[in-house]
Design a protein around this ligand. Structure first.
Ligand code: ADP
Ligand code: AMP
Length: 224
């Protein structure tokens, strides 16, 4: 059954699965707002805020930033008017505690999660995607050296900004992030399955094929 706005989606999946890439496409197609907790932390790092300095110690080790800090940051962000039509949560929640906090904050707005697409992808693909990822320093657009290269090497197609490799995408940190995912985040699959919200998407495919599966899944809850 199709929902009326606001619509809230949670993208579940390991780091590097393609959540941000898919969220950006869904954002433009359905008019929802992509909220990436990782991007919010990186913005704070760039602006050298106290929150950014705290987050840095965890991000550099590939660990999760504590729940209370992360929940407060996201709760504050979704109050802004650009979230009124709904949100695609990307990289949040990452623990069961964050998931129930999210349910509570949406309930306060008389809203809820309508769908949790899970990007299912094999471990070797994840490593390859994370180590080849490049990000625009200016606008945050995401590229891949092989699978989604920019037109000119090292330069963002959208804003002309400089592309860089995230320090947590280096091979040592990538393995720990995957371990942290299996230990702390993968229980979310069961959490959303139990609520009848989980839909599995084969994320081992090229970007366009994953997008088609994603859009078909989202159309089951958005009449557009
Ligand atoms: P996440 O947000 O889940 O960490 P990203 O969207 O940043 O993942 O994608 C990780 C990397 O993999 C990026 O370099 C991106 O360009 C690339 N990528 C995303 N989806 C695919 C895909 N289906 N096939 C190949 N590369 C992909
Ligand atoms: P991402 O951009 O989603 O890959 O996140 C990069 C890093 O930011 C993660 O490895 C964590 O250190 C931190 N982070 C992002 N989102 C969360 C979250 N929901 N909970 C805790 N830490 C997070």
């Amino acid at each position: 059954m199709a929902s009326t706005y606001p619509v809230h989606l949670v993208l579940v999946g390991p780091p590097g699965a393609g959540k941000g890439t898919q969220a950006a496409q869904l954002e433009s197609q359905f008019g929802l707002k992509q909220i990436s907790s990782g991007d919010l932390f990186r913005e704070n790092l760039k602006n050298q805020t106290e929150l950014g300095e705290l987050a840095r110690t965890y991000i550099d080790r590939g660990e999760l930033v504590p729940d209370n800090v992360t929940i407060a940051m996201v709760e504050d962000r979704i109050q802004r008017p650009d979230c009124a039509k709904g949100v695609i949560f990307d990289g949040f929640p990452r623990t069961l505690e964050q998931a129930s906090a999210l349910d509570e904050m949406l309930a306060l707005q008389d809203s809820e999660i309508q769908l949790a697409p899970a990007l299912v992808v094999s471990d070797d693909v994840i490593i390859d995607r994370m180590t080849g990822r490049r990000v625009c320093r200016n606008c945050g657009a995401v590229y891949h050296m092989c699978y989604n290269p920019p037109k000119a090497e090292g330069v963002c197609d959208i804003c002309g900004g400089e592309l860089y490799q995230r320090s947590d995408d280096l091979p040592e940190t990538v393995r720990n992030r995957l371990f942290v995912y299996y230990k702390q985040t993968s229980p979310l699959i069961g959490y959303y399955y139990a609520k009848g919200l989980l839909v599995r998407v084969n994320a081992d495919q090229p970007i366009g094929a994953v997008s088609r599966e994603m859009v078909a899944a989202v159309r089951t809850v958005i009449d557009k």
